[in-house]
Design a protein around this ligand. Structure first.
Ligand SMILES: [Zn+2]
Length: 306
């Protein structure tokens, strides 16, 4: 009896006020959700819309997404038009004025990140290119992860100025752990600097630049355009010419063409997740790099080539 009373008191003391004061953050991807969790700690709730095993350019909209957006105080997006094929109608249908583009609760996480492959000539989505504003897969560089963390912290502080010191402490802690992890990842990848690889989609330029991979070609002829026989043939010839022994494929692409390329060139085909949740072991932003870097290091050891 006494125990029940104690429990009840604890529940009552812990619940309504604190629970209601939590900011409800919705992110478009699991990568952003992971970083938001790091920075927001126990002061926020976080939910991602797209799963990490889905192609973030082409997410199938579900009614449940609208429900999530209706309840959101803050919406964090990758931006650079990554989500343009599916997110705008969902935001609109949520009728949540707080998270409409331009509103206080809408945060584009790309604004201070280093963006690669920004086109110098005009590119349109009508040409099939899904990267018209530069490469939107920028979260795959931990330096950009820190920048995303800072942006999210600033946004949370804007909504909860009285919890500023908490969010700042969380951010400092996240950044310090990420710095330490990045040193480890750089040491792991240092022996393979300049390793030539091919990737399916242009998901990894920031990753490659940070960790010293040389991406010499893509299975897609253009971002968002499926492989064509002529392009595949050209790619195989180029891989043979440059002795490329690795093909990296995001989990949501068909392996038929990559496997054919692998058979013809002797290259290993690796399914490499570009996102948290891409494979089940990758449950947070740190594990994403742990997983991908281990995968690469093991594969390169097997190849024995550079
Ligand atoms: Zn893309």
């Amino acid at each position: 009896m006494k125990r029940i009373v104690v429990l009840l008191t604890a529940v009552l003391a812990a619940s309504p006020a604190r629970a209601q004061s939590k900011l409800n953050v919705v992110t478009t991807t699991e990568d952003l959700a992971s970083i938001a969790r790091e920075v927001g700690g126990d002061r926020i709730t976080v939910e991602a819309i797209a799963k990490g095993y889905q192609d973030p350019h082409f997410v199938e909209a579900k009614p449940s997404f609208i429900l999530k957006l209706q309840k959101a105080d803050v919406l964090v997006v990758v931006g650079r038009e990554l989500e343009i094929g599916w997110l705008p109608p969902l935001i609109q249908q949520s009728r949540n004025s707080k998270i409409q583009p331009g509103s206080e609760g809408y945060l584009d996480a790309s604004l201070k990140a280093q963006i690669l492959e920004v086109p110098t000539t005009q590119v349109t989505r009508a040409m099939g290119d899904v990267h018209p504003l530069g490469n939107p897969h920028y979260w795959l560089d931990p330096e950009n992860g820190k920048s995303i963390g800072r942006e999210i912290a600033a946004k949370l502080e804007q909504f909860r100025p009285n919890e500023r010191s908490y969010f700042e402490q969380q951010l400092t802690d996240f950044t310090a752990r990420l710095d330490a992890a990045e040193k480890r990842w750089l040491a792991q990848t240092a022996p393979f600097k300049g390793m030539k690889v091919v990737t399916y989609h242009r998901s990894f330029p920031n990753f490659a630049e940070r960790f010293g991979l040389d991406i010499i070609g893509y299975v897609e002829p253009k971002p968002g355009i499926p492989p064509s026989p002529q392009h595949t043939l050209d790619l195989i010839n180029e891989m043979k010419r440059q002795n490329v022994k690795l093909v990296l494929v995001e989990p949501y692409f068909d392996l038929k063409t990559p496997n054919a390329i692998g058979r013809d060139t002797g290259a290993q085909v690796l399914v490499m997740p570009p996102s948290v949740g891409g494979v089940k072991e990758v449950t947070d932003y740190f594990k994403l790099f742990d997983y991908d870097i281990n995968l690469l290091v093991e594969a390169i050891k097997k190849t024995g080539a550079k």
